[in-house]
Design a protein. Structure first.
Length: 629
């Protein structure tokens, strides 16, 4: 062929490719602009409905009863719509409290907790609480406002890159771009929050996806449009964007819950565990917070543990799983018990700092690890410990299946009895320490023993503090499953107000106690206003030693300085009065009538007043050597 003909053929092919590419590019651009969708789904420009109603419909269909918030214009349509469909809106005094309250609801109710906050600083205020939820494996949905879809990145009010903040904290993040996306996105987020290893999810709602058409269209109107062709293009683009935003917005969509994926141990894995446990003479179970997650009811897990008869150490949310004085619940001397054990079942317990990274486990022990999260399952393995069997699966259902497989077999009774005897010895020693006089004010151990004896059997204990709460963990006994709330592995201070709010709403009949250090109280004492407004009468016990004692324990002997550790013996009881609650002060002069004052605080709470007991405490050498890092 002539070389010119080859060139012409090549040019023809190129032009053909360009035409195809151009056509594809046009189709893609039309798709991105919503032109294709708008051919079949019109925008109802006269409809008064708004995107907040779509959010409310999905939340109601998923059994959500509460949305915790601090109000802002970006999210107002969601709050109003939720209230109209019967979801209670609970507004707090800080956005972190709203997320902590949603976290508590998730833990106690088995549903996804929901918080909604406004854009920018509203969302940034939740970062610590969201990280806490991630590490505590709490399923919750954070709804955030955002600048309008066309204004993001242009310097609008409170406009920041919110997605970059929350992607490292959440299992799932999404930014709504059209109203038709709301229902499927919220459904998906709620399912993901509960699937696998539970955790928080985040959805950003630009303000123009939440308000009615007539209000949004006013914002899209150009007051002084450019003239000529440019002006026409700008007007067309804005109008098309608006129509695409609302196209198909109010068509009927399925709002029911999507399936939740929960990993399960295989039959073969359960059988191997049955064989290992049946041969063990001195088995021990370490329970973690994951054991309380749905779908297995906590009462079924408790019965399974009792049928096994294996001594149990309970940590995190599993505290109280076996009630107050169960013969297989061992509270003290864990390190010594693990040295003797020939089999250890890590049922959601993780080999992080809480287990000295696995160094407390004996190399001679058979170790079975069960966890939904593969990373947590094998944390620090092959460094300080090695699992005999590692199972990625749900804890509660695994314990129930293990118990059924070992029906008729029980742990040798001498083993839990010997550990329980050691428990009694240690607790007797702790009790004797409570009778020692401190140099100033009251012995904190005596205070905690007194409260433990007086608190109601249905009490829920919220732990928020360092030194005082560390002592409370040794002395106060949760009465049943899901009756202890602490921050979890992140060790966050400030959870008290939110956790107690969520707990009291979920269990209004229960006595809810917050055990505060005087340092941690400062984070959420303003929530006494919230307790008053929403008639959630909790009881706060404040160990007031005018110090960040958990830090001072190490800083003073190691570095010889108390700098930044000192506080004041502040009248926190007066602060509670100012927020509409009822405050009580207990000092050394009140030691003989301490029980009567605590009973009076309980009476006030039963009659509807949130109460705060400000207890002036001194120093002891209990837990000497414990450090905070």
């Amino acid at each position: 062929p002539h070389p010119y003909m080859e060139a012409l053929g090549a040019l023809g092919n190129l032009l053909g490719c360009c035409a195809v590419a151009g056509l594809c590019g046009f189709v893609f651009a039309a798709y991105k602009c919503g032109l294709l969708y708008q051919l079949f789904h019109k925008a109802e420009t006269k409809s008064p409905r708004n995107g907040g109603e779509s959010v409310a419909e999905v939340l109601r269909a998923h059994g959500v009863k509460y949305v915790f918030t601090l109000v802002g214009g970006h999210i107002s349509p969601i709050l109003v719509a939720c209230e109209k469909v019967g979801i209670r809106i609970v507004d707090t005094r800080h956005e972190a409290t709203a997320v902590f309250a949603a976290d508590a609801v998730a833990r106690l109710s088995g549903t996804v907790g929901v918080a909604a906050v406004t854009a920018g600083p509203g969302l940034t205020n939740t970062v610590t609480a969201m990280k806490n939820a991630q590490m505590a494996e709490s399923p919750l949905l954070l709804i955030g406002g955002a600048a309008g879809t066309l204004l993001q990145g242009r310097g609008a009010l409170q406009d920041i890159d919110q997605m970059s903040l929350f992607k490292p904290l959440c299992k799932f993040c999404a930014s709504i771009r059209t109203i038709r996306e709301i229902v499927p996105t919220v459904r998906k987020a709620l399912a993901i929050a509960q699937s696998g290893t539970p955790g928080p999810v985040f959805i950003e709602f630009p303000i123009d996806t939440l308000y009615p058409f007539h209000l949004v269209s006013q914002e899209f109107a150009v007051k002084n449009p450019p003239k000529g062709l440019v002006g026409k293009i700008v007007n067309w683009y804005l109008n098309n964007h608006l129509m695409n935003l609302f196209a198909g917005a109010w068509e009927t969509r399925d709002v029911s819950p999507l399936p939740v994926d929960i990993p399960q141990a295989t039959d073969d894995q359960v059988q191997k565990c049955i064989e290992l446990v049946s041969r063990a003479k001195k088995p021990v179970i370490l329970m973690g917070s994951q054991s309380t997650l749905p779908p297995t009811p906590v009462d079924d897990i408790r019965k399974a543990l009792e049928d096994l008869g294996i001594p149990c150490f309970l940590g995190g949310m599993s505290r109280g799983m076996l009630g107050k004085d169960n013969p297989i619940h061992i509270r003290q001397n864990r390190r010594e018990a693990l040295k003797e054990a020939d089999l250890v079942l890590l049922a959601g317990a993780v080999c992080d700092f809480r287990l000295s990274y696995g160094r407390v486990l004996s190399r001679r022990s058979k170790i079975i690890a069960v966890n939904r999260d593969k990373t947590q399952l094998l944390k620090n393995s092959d460094i300080f410990w090695k699992p005999t069997l590692a199972i990625q699966g749900d804890i509660g259902s695994f314990i129930v299946r293990l118990s059924k497989g070992l029906k008729g077999h029980r742990c040798p009774v001498e083993w839990p009895q010997s550990l329980k005897a050691q428990d009694a010895t240690k607790e007797k020693a702790n009790r004797s320490k409570a009778d020692e006089k401190t140099e100033h004010h009251l012995n904190p151990l005596k205070v905690l023993h007194c409260v433990d004896e007086l608190m109601a059997e249905d009490s829920i204990i919220v732990a928020d503090g360092g030194d005082f709460v560390g002592s409370a963990a040794y002395i106060m006994k949760p009465r049943g499953p899901l009756r202890w709330l602490d921050p979890g592995a992140f060790g966050t201070l400030g959870v008290g107000g939110g956790f107690a709010l969520g707990a009291k709403l979920c269990r209004p009949e229960s006595e809810v106690w917050i055990v505060y250090g005087d340092g941690s109280l400062g984070y959420s004492v303003a929530e006494f206003d919230t307790f008053t407004r929403f008639k959630t009468p909790v009881i706060a016990l404040v160990g007031n030693d005018a110090c960040w004692s958990q830090i001072a324990r190490e800083q003073v002997p190691m570095l010889g300085s108390n700098v930044a550790c000192g506080l004041a013996f502040t009248d926190y009881h007066v602060v509670a009065d100012g927020f509409g609650g009822k405050g009580f002060l207990i000092g050394r002069q009140d030691e003989d009538r301490m029980s009567d004052i605590i009973k009076q605080a309980q009476k006030e709470a039963r009659e509807g007043k949130a109460t705060l007991i400000n207890v002036l405490i001194g120093k002891t050498n209990f837990r000497e050597g414990s450090i905070s890092v």
